[in-house]
Design a protein around this ligand. Structure first.
Ligand code: NAD
Length: 347
Protein backbone atom coordinates (compact mmCIF):
# COMPACT_ATOMS: atom_id res chain seq x y z
CA UNK A 1 0.00 0.00 0.00
CA UNK A 2 2.75 2.46 0.92
CA UNK A 3 4.22 2.12 -2.59
CA UNK A 4 1.01 2.92 -4.46
CA UNK A 5 1.17 6.34 -6.21
CA UNK A 6 -2.24 7.13 -4.74
CA UNK A 7 -0.94 6.56 -1.20
CA UNK A 8 0.53 10.07 -1.38
CA UNK A 9 1.38 10.39 2.33
CA UNK A 10 -2.06 9.46 3.67
CA UNK A 11 -2.32 10.08 7.41
CA UNK A 12 -4.30 6.94 8.01
CA UNK A 13 -6.03 4.11 6.21
CA UNK A 14 -8.51 2.16 8.31
CA UNK A 15 -10.01 -1.21 7.36
CA UNK A 16 -13.22 -2.31 9.09
CA UNK A 17 -14.97 -5.66 9.20
CA UNK A 18 -18.20 -6.46 11.01
CA UNK A 19 -18.95 -10.15 11.12
CA UNK A 20 -22.63 -9.84 12.00
CA UNK A 21 -23.54 -7.61 9.05
CA UNK A 22 -20.78 -8.53 6.59
CA UNK A 23 -19.55 -4.93 6.47
CA UNK A 24 -16.20 -4.55 4.76
CA UNK A 25 -15.19 -0.91 4.60
CA UNK A 26 -12.09 1.23 4.21
CA UNK A 27 -11.91 4.75 5.54
CA UNK A 28 -8.93 6.59 4.07
CA UNK A 29 -7.83 9.83 5.68
CA UNK A 30 -5.47 11.74 3.42
CA UNK A 31 -5.07 14.86 5.50
CA UNK A 32 -6.52 16.55 8.54
CA UNK A 33 -4.22 19.57 8.25
CA UNK A 34 -7.09 21.93 7.38
CA UNK A 35 -9.67 20.27 9.62
CA UNK A 36 -11.46 16.96 10.06
CA UNK A 37 -11.31 14.84 6.92
CA UNK A 38 -14.55 15.01 4.95
CA UNK A 39 -15.67 13.08 1.89
CA UNK A 40 -18.52 10.83 0.87
CA UNK A 41 -18.92 7.08 1.15
CA UNK A 42 -19.09 4.98 -2.02
CA UNK A 43 -20.60 1.49 -2.12
CA UNK A 44 -19.22 -0.56 -5.01
CA UNK A 45 -18.86 -4.22 -5.89
CA UNK A 46 -15.09 -4.17 -6.44
CA UNK A 47 -13.47 -7.11 -8.27
CA UNK A 48 -10.87 -7.38 -5.47
CA UNK A 49 -9.66 -5.62 -2.34
CA UNK A 50 -6.68 -4.02 -4.11
CA UNK A 51 -9.03 -2.13 -6.41
CA UNK A 52 -11.08 -1.13 -3.39
CA UNK A 53 -7.96 0.20 -1.66
CA UNK A 54 -6.81 2.14 -4.71
CA UNK A 55 -10.24 3.72 -5.12
CA UNK A 56 -10.34 4.76 -1.46
CA UNK A 57 -6.86 6.32 -1.64
CA UNK A 58 -7.46 8.12 -4.95
CA UNK A 59 -10.80 9.52 -3.84
CA UNK A 60 -9.52 10.53 -0.43
CA UNK A 61 -6.60 12.50 -1.89
CA UNK A 62 -9.05 14.11 -4.31
CA UNK A 63 -11.19 15.29 -1.41
CA UNK A 64 -8.16 16.90 0.26
CA UNK A 65 -7.54 18.91 -2.89
CA UNK A 66 -11.21 19.76 -3.42
CA UNK A 67 -11.73 20.92 0.18
CA UNK A 68 -8.52 22.96 0.13
CA UNK A 69 -9.51 24.71 -3.11
CA UNK A 70 -12.99 25.42 -1.77
CA UNK A 71 -11.31 27.15 1.17
CA UNK A 72 -13.08 24.95 3.70
CA UNK A 73 -11.92 24.14 7.23
CA UNK A 74 -11.87 20.48 6.22
CA UNK A 75 -9.26 17.90 5.35
CA UNK A 76 -9.75 15.07 2.88
CA UNK A 77 -11.00 11.55 3.40
CA UNK A 78 -13.24 9.00 1.79
CA UNK A 79 -14.97 5.77 2.73
CA UNK A 80 -15.68 2.81 0.51
CA UNK A 81 -17.95 -0.10 1.35
CA UNK A 82 -17.39 -3.33 -0.56
CA UNK A 83 -20.73 -4.64 -1.80
CA UNK A 84 -23.52 -4.41 -4.30
CA UNK A 85 -25.59 -1.32 -3.56
CA UNK A 86 -28.66 -2.90 -5.16
CA UNK A 87 -28.64 -6.19 -3.22
CA UNK A 88 -26.36 -5.93 -0.16
CA UNK A 89 -27.74 -2.94 1.73
CA UNK A 90 -29.30 -3.43 5.16
CA UNK A 91 -30.02 -0.96 7.96
CA UNK A 92 -27.63 -2.90 10.23
CA UNK A 93 -24.83 -2.70 7.68
CA UNK A 94 -25.08 1.09 7.77
CA UNK A 95 -25.32 1.10 11.57
CA UNK A 96 -22.08 -0.94 11.64
CA UNK A 97 -20.55 1.59 9.25
CA UNK A 98 -21.69 4.33 11.64
CA UNK A 99 -19.86 2.59 14.51
CA UNK A 100 -16.72 2.40 12.36
CA UNK A 101 -16.89 6.17 11.79
CA UNK A 102 -17.54 6.78 15.48
CA UNK A 103 -14.38 4.84 16.41
CA UNK A 104 -12.36 7.53 14.57
CA UNK A 105 -13.68 10.10 17.06
CA UNK A 106 -14.46 12.89 14.60
CA UNK A 107 -11.37 12.60 12.40
CA UNK A 108 -13.63 11.69 9.47
CA UNK A 109 -17.05 12.98 8.40
CA UNK A 110 -18.99 11.01 5.85
CA UNK A 111 -21.68 11.96 3.32
CA UNK A 112 -23.37 10.45 0.30
CA UNK A 113 -21.52 9.24 -2.78
CA UNK A 114 -22.17 6.68 -5.53
CA UNK A 115 -24.40 3.84 -4.31
CA UNK A 116 -25.63 5.57 -1.13
CA UNK A 117 -28.73 7.60 -0.32
CA UNK A 118 -29.59 9.92 2.58
CA UNK A 119 -31.80 7.09 3.90
CA UNK A 120 -28.77 4.77 4.27
CA UNK A 121 -26.83 7.48 6.05
CA UNK A 122 -29.70 8.05 8.47
CA UNK A 123 -28.98 4.55 9.88
CA UNK A 124 -25.30 5.41 10.28
CA UNK A 125 -26.34 8.63 12.00
CA UNK A 126 -27.97 6.54 14.77
CA UNK A 127 -24.44 5.46 15.77
CA UNK A 128 -22.41 8.59 15.13
CA UNK A 129 -22.91 12.29 14.66
CA UNK A 130 -20.16 12.52 12.02
CA UNK A 131 -22.58 12.16 9.12
CA UNK A 132 -23.64 14.96 6.74
CA UNK A 133 -25.82 15.23 3.65
CA UNK A 134 -28.95 14.20 5.52
CA UNK A 135 -32.48 15.09 4.51
CA UNK A 136 -33.71 15.68 8.03
CA UNK A 137 -32.32 17.11 11.24
CA UNK A 138 -31.25 20.37 12.74
CA UNK A 139 -28.59 21.35 10.20
CA UNK A 140 -29.62 19.07 7.32
CA UNK A 141 -28.47 20.51 4.01
CA UNK A 142 -30.28 18.09 1.67
CA UNK A 143 -29.28 17.55 -1.95
CA UNK A 144 -26.06 19.48 -2.72
CA UNK A 145 -26.59 19.30 -6.51
CA UNK A 146 -28.24 22.74 -6.98
CA UNK A 147 -25.26 24.39 -5.30
CA UNK A 148 -22.85 22.33 -7.40
CA UNK A 149 -24.76 23.41 -10.52
CA UNK A 150 -24.60 27.09 -9.53
CA UNK A 151 -20.82 26.79 -9.09
CA UNK A 152 -20.47 25.06 -12.46
CA UNK A 153 -22.58 27.73 -14.17
CA UNK A 154 -20.47 30.51 -12.66
CA UNK A 155 -17.31 28.61 -13.64
CA UNK A 156 -18.47 28.35 -17.25
CA UNK A 157 -19.03 32.09 -17.31
CA UNK A 158 -15.59 32.72 -15.82
CA UNK A 159 -14.00 30.52 -18.50
CA UNK A 160 -15.99 32.23 -21.26
CA UNK A 161 -14.76 35.56 -19.94
CA UNK A 162 -11.13 34.42 -20.23
CA UNK A 163 -11.51 33.10 -23.77
CA UNK A 164 -13.93 35.62 -25.28
CA UNK A 165 -13.27 38.72 -23.17
CA UNK A 166 -16.83 38.88 -21.81
CA UNK A 167 -18.86 36.53 -19.65
CA UNK A 168 -22.03 37.26 -21.61
CA UNK A 169 -23.50 33.88 -22.59
CA UNK A 170 -25.99 35.28 -25.09
CA UNK A 171 -25.45 33.29 -28.29
CA UNK A 172 -22.60 31.20 -26.84
CA UNK A 173 -22.85 27.50 -27.70
CA UNK A 174 -22.54 24.83 -25.02
CA UNK A 175 -22.71 21.03 -25.30
CA UNK A 176 -23.77 19.41 -22.01
CA UNK A 177 -23.08 15.71 -21.43
CA UNK A 178 -25.40 14.32 -18.75
CA UNK A 179 -28.54 16.04 -17.51
CA UNK A 180 -28.93 14.44 -14.09
CA UNK A 181 -29.04 16.31 -10.78
CA UNK A 182 -26.23 18.69 -11.71
CA UNK A 183 -26.42 18.81 -15.51
CA UNK A 184 -30.13 19.64 -15.76
CA UNK A 185 -29.76 22.68 -13.51
CA UNK A 186 -26.70 23.84 -15.45
CA UNK A 187 -28.72 23.59 -18.67
CA UNK A 188 -31.60 25.64 -17.18
CA UNK A 189 -29.20 28.39 -16.10
CA UNK A 190 -27.37 28.44 -19.44
CA UNK A 191 -30.61 28.64 -21.42
CA UNK A 192 -31.94 31.40 -19.15
CA UNK A 193 -28.75 33.35 -19.90
CA UNK A 194 -29.34 33.08 -23.64
CA UNK A 195 -26.86 30.32 -24.52
CA UNK A 196 -27.57 27.86 -27.33
CA UNK A 197 -27.42 24.52 -25.55
CA UNK A 198 -27.08 20.96 -26.84
CA UNK A 199 -27.74 18.06 -24.50
CA UNK A 200 -27.21 14.31 -24.39
CA UNK A 201 -28.06 11.65 -21.83
CA UNK A 202 -28.82 7.93 -21.86
CA UNK A 203 -31.96 8.64 -19.81
CA UNK A 204 -34.18 9.50 -22.78
CA UNK A 205 -37.33 10.49 -20.92
CA UNK A 206 -35.57 13.04 -18.70
CA UNK A 207 -33.65 14.29 -21.72
CA UNK A 208 -36.80 14.93 -23.73
CA UNK A 209 -38.52 16.61 -20.77
CA UNK A 210 -35.58 18.98 -20.31
CA UNK A 211 -35.47 19.74 -24.01
CA UNK A 212 -39.19 20.59 -23.96
CA UNK A 213 -38.71 22.75 -20.87
CA UNK A 214 -35.65 24.72 -22.01
CA UNK A 215 -35.47 24.43 -25.79
CA UNK A 216 -32.06 22.72 -25.60
CA UNK A 217 -31.32 20.59 -28.66
CA UNK A 218 -30.88 16.84 -28.25
CA UNK A 219 -27.68 15.33 -29.68
CA UNK A 220 -26.66 11.61 -29.74
CA UNK A 221 -24.61 10.59 -26.67
CA UNK A 222 -21.60 9.49 -28.72
CA UNK A 223 -21.44 12.86 -30.52
CA UNK A 224 -22.02 15.37 -27.71
CA UNK A 225 -18.37 15.86 -26.76
CA UNK A 226 -17.33 16.50 -30.35
CA UNK A 227 -19.79 19.25 -31.27
CA UNK A 228 -18.42 22.44 -32.80
CA UNK A 229 -19.21 24.63 -29.77
CA UNK A 230 -17.65 27.23 -27.49
CA UNK A 231 -17.96 25.05 -24.37
CA UNK A 232 -18.18 21.34 -23.67
CA UNK A 233 -19.63 20.73 -20.21
CA UNK A 234 -19.21 17.15 -18.93
CA UNK A 235 -21.71 16.38 -16.18
CA UNK A 236 -21.92 12.60 -16.31
CA UNK A 237 -18.90 10.34 -16.35
CA UNK A 238 -15.23 10.41 -15.41
CA UNK A 239 -12.31 9.70 -17.77
CA UNK A 240 -14.00 11.26 -20.79
CA UNK A 241 -10.96 13.34 -21.77
CA UNK A 242 -8.69 10.58 -22.96
CA UNK A 243 -6.35 9.57 -25.80
CA UNK A 244 -9.32 8.71 -28.01
CA UNK A 245 -11.54 11.73 -27.37
CA UNK A 246 -9.00 14.52 -27.07
CA UNK A 247 -8.17 14.83 -30.76
CA UNK A 248 -11.85 14.99 -31.66
CA UNK A 249 -12.81 17.87 -29.36
CA UNK A 250 -14.02 20.86 -31.31
CA UNK A 251 -14.44 23.44 -28.53
CA UNK A 252 -12.48 26.18 -26.78
CA UNK A 253 -13.46 25.36 -23.20
CA UNK A 254 -14.09 22.21 -21.15
CA UNK A 255 -15.99 23.12 -17.97
CA UNK A 256 -18.43 20.84 -16.18
CA UNK A 257 -19.33 19.21 -12.89
CA UNK A 258 -18.29 15.59 -13.49
CA UNK A 259 -15.55 14.22 -11.24
CA UNK A 260 -12.25 12.94 -12.69
CA UNK A 261 -12.84 14.22 -16.23
CA UNK A 262 -9.20 13.73 -17.20
CA UNK A 263 -8.31 10.08 -17.77
CA UNK A 264 -4.81 11.01 -16.53
CA UNK A 265 -3.14 14.33 -15.57
CA UNK A 266 -1.25 14.49 -18.88
CA UNK A 267 -4.61 14.91 -20.63
CA UNK A 268 -4.69 18.35 -18.97
CA UNK A 269 -1.33 19.13 -20.61
CA UNK A 270 -2.72 17.97 -23.94
CA UNK A 271 -5.78 20.24 -23.59
CA UNK A 272 -3.48 23.13 -22.73
CA UNK A 273 -1.31 22.45 -25.79
CA UNK A 274 -4.41 22.39 -27.98
CA UNK A 275 -5.41 25.80 -26.59
CA UNK A 276 -8.54 24.44 -24.90
CA UNK A 277 -9.19 26.06 -21.52
CA UNK A 278 -9.96 23.39 -18.92
CA UNK A 279 -11.71 24.28 -15.65
CA UNK A 280 -10.24 21.73 -13.20
CA UNK A 281 -13.15 19.53 -12.14
CA UNK A 282 -12.50 19.50 -8.42
CA UNK A 283 -12.42 23.30 -8.38
CA UNK A 284 -15.48 24.07 -10.51
CA UNK A 285 -17.62 21.36 -8.85
CA UNK A 286 -16.78 22.35 -5.25
CA UNK A 287 -20.25 23.83 -4.60
CA UNK A 288 -21.62 20.52 -3.33
CA UNK A 289 -18.96 20.04 -0.67
CA UNK A 290 -19.38 23.67 0.36
CA UNK A 291 -23.04 22.92 1.03
CA UNK A 292 -22.10 19.80 2.99
CA UNK A 293 -19.51 21.78 4.95
CA UNK A 294 -22.24 24.18 6.04
CA UNK A 295 -24.07 21.20 7.53
CA UNK A 296 -20.91 19.89 9.23
CA UNK A 297 -20.47 23.29 10.89
CA UNK A 298 -23.70 22.49 12.74
CA UNK A 299 -25.43 25.66 11.65
CA UNK A 300 -26.51 25.59 8.00
CA UNK A 301 -26.39 29.14 6.71
CA UNK A 302 -27.12 29.82 3.04
CA UNK A 303 -25.33 33.18 3.08
CA UNK A 304 -22.14 31.41 4.26
CA UNK A 305 -22.56 28.98 1.34
CA UNK A 306 -22.96 31.87 -1.11
CA UNK A 307 -19.87 33.64 0.22
CA UNK A 308 -17.85 30.44 -0.19
CA UNK A 309 -19.19 30.04 -3.74
CA UNK A 310 -18.00 33.56 -4.54
CA UNK A 311 -14.59 32.67 -3.11
CA UNK A 312 -14.54 29.50 -5.23
CA UNK A 313 -15.13 31.62 -8.32
CA UNK A 314 -12.15 33.81 -7.39
CA UNK A 315 -10.00 30.71 -6.91
CA UNK A 316 -10.97 29.39 -10.35
CA UNK A 317 -10.05 32.75 -11.88
CA UNK A 318 -6.70 32.59 -10.08
CA UNK A 319 -6.10 29.13 -11.61
CA UNK A 320 -6.85 30.52 -15.08
CA UNK A 321 -4.62 33.57 -14.53
CA UNK A 322 -1.68 31.57 -13.25
CA UNK A 323 -2.01 29.10 -16.10
CA UNK A 324 -1.91 31.92 -18.63
CA UNK A 325 1.06 33.63 -16.99
CA UNK A 326 3.13 30.47 -16.60
CA UNK A 327 1.95 28.56 -19.72
CA UNK A 328 1.28 25.55 -17.50
CA UNK A 329 -1.90 23.46 -17.70
CA UNK A 330 -4.73 24.49 -15.36
CA UNK A 331 -4.94 21.07 -13.69
CA UNK A 332 -1.24 21.25 -12.73
CA UNK A 333 -1.73 24.78 -11.36
CA UNK A 334 -4.75 23.65 -9.30
CA UNK A 335 -2.85 20.65 -7.88
CA UNK A 336 0.03 22.93 -6.89
CA UNK A 337 -2.29 25.45 -5.24
CA UNK A 338 -4.10 22.70 -3.30
CA UNK A 339 -0.83 21.15 -2.12
CA UNK A 340 0.50 24.55 -1.00
CA UNK A 341 -2.67 25.30 0.96
CA UNK A 342 -2.43 21.96 2.74
CA UNK A 343 1.33 22.39 3.37
CA UNK A 344 0.75 25.91 4.75
CA UNK A 345 -1.81 24.55 7.21
CA UNK A 346 0.71 21.93 8.39
CA UNK A 347 3.06 24.83 9.17
P1 NAD B 1 -26.71 11.94 -11.72
O1 NAD B 1 -26.59 10.46 -11.61
O2 NAD B 1 -27.92 12.63 -11.21
O3 NAD B 1 -26.55 12.38 -13.26
C1 NAD B 1 -25.66 11.78 -14.14
C2 NAD B 1 -26.35 11.73 -15.49
O4 NAD B 1 -25.43 11.25 -16.45
C3 NAD B 1 -27.55 10.78 -15.51
O5 NAD B 1 -28.69 11.45 -16.00
C4 NAD B 1 -27.09 9.66 -16.43
O6 NAD B 1 -28.16 9.06 -17.16
C5 NAD B 1 -26.13 10.40 -17.34
N1 NAD B 1 -25.23 9.52 -18.07
C6 NAD B 1 -24.66 8.37 -17.68
N2 NAD B 1 -23.93 7.86 -18.68
C7 NAD B 1 -24.01 8.72 -19.71
C8 NAD B 1 -23.46 8.76 -21.00
N3 NAD B 1 -22.68 7.80 -21.46
N4 NAD B 1 -23.75 9.82 -21.81
C9 NAD B 1 -24.57 10.81 -21.39
N5 NAD B 1 -25.13 10.82 -20.15
C10 NAD B 1 -24.84 9.79 -19.34
O7 NAD B 1 -25.38 12.52 -11.05
P2 NAD B 1 -25.11 14.02 -10.61
O8 NAD B 1 -25.32 14.13 -9.15
O9 NAD B 1 -25.79 14.96 -11.54
O10 NAD B 1 -23.53 14.11 -10.85
C11 NAD B 1 -23.01 14.25 -12.15
C12 NAD B 1 -21.48 14.29 -12.07
O11 NAD B 1 -21.08 15.36 -11.23
C13 NAD B 1 -20.84 13.03 -11.47
O12 NAD B 1 -19.59 12.83 -12.09
C14 NAD B 1 -20.65 13.41 -10.02
O13 NAD B 1 -19.62 12.66 -9.42
C15 NAD B 1 -20.27 14.87 -10.17
N6 NAD B 1 -20.52 15.68 -8.97
C16 NAD B 1 -21.78 15.80 -8.47
C17 NAD B 1 -21.99 16.61 -7.36
C18 NAD B 1 -23.37 16.79 -6.79
O14 NAD B 1 -23.57 17.71 -5.99
N7 NAD B 1 -24.36 15.99 -7.19
C19 NAD B 1 -20.93 17.28 -6.75
C20 NAD B 1 -19.64 17.17 -7.30
C21 NAD B 1 -19.46 16.36 -8.41
Amino acid sequence: MFDLPSFDAHEGVHAFHDEATGLRAIIAIHSTALGPAAGGCRMWDYADSQLMMRDALRLSQGMSFKNAMADLPLGGGKAVIWGNSKTDKTPDLFRAFGRAIESLQGKYWTAEDVGLSPKDLAYSREETRYVAGLDEGQAASGDPSPVTAEGVYRGIRAAVNVVFGSDDLDGRTVAVQGVGHVGADVVRKLCAAGAEVMIADIAEQELRALSDETGAKIVPTDEILFQNVDVVSPNALGGIINEVSIGKLNCQIVAGGANNQLYAPDMGDALHQRGILYAPDYVINGGGIINVAAEISGNYDRSWVDAKLDRLGETLKEVFDRSKQSDIATNRIADDMARSRIAAAKG
